[in-house]
Ligand binder design. Sequence first.
Ligand SMILES: [Zn+2]
Length: 146
Amino acid sequence: MTMSDWSAVTRPIPVPNELTRPFWDSARQGVLALQRCQACGAFQHPPYATCVKCMAIDLKFEPVSGKGAIYAYTIMYHAGDRRFAAAIPYASIIVELDDAPGALLAANLLEAPYTEAKVGRRVEVVFEPLNDDITLPQFLLARDTT
Ligand SMILES: [Zn+2]
């Protein structure tokens, strides 16, 4: 099984906004930081102005471990966005992090055949710089299973 060829893909660059800026600033430094409610302790992603669990507005970004498991996945056989054509087929995955249950991160599974994307597979974060400003958190299959 061949791996998706991401080398020929020019990714769209995410544009940070007021809510997501701390997430991108941390990622650029190789740290995964997610928004956490300081009232009830729940993590959430993507960031919102209020806690989706308790509606509190006291939210802070806290670093989390990059370890987690595939929560859901989609195998992309067609490029809705032509920029991704070179990587077809590839796995788009939703990851739930060990430290932040309930917060779901969308990413790609890199350096593995798309057939390796299975619900429950252990993954760990890797940081893919797109430019000087934006570094995209992506995932690899975990080297160990802990
Ligand atoms: Zn809350």
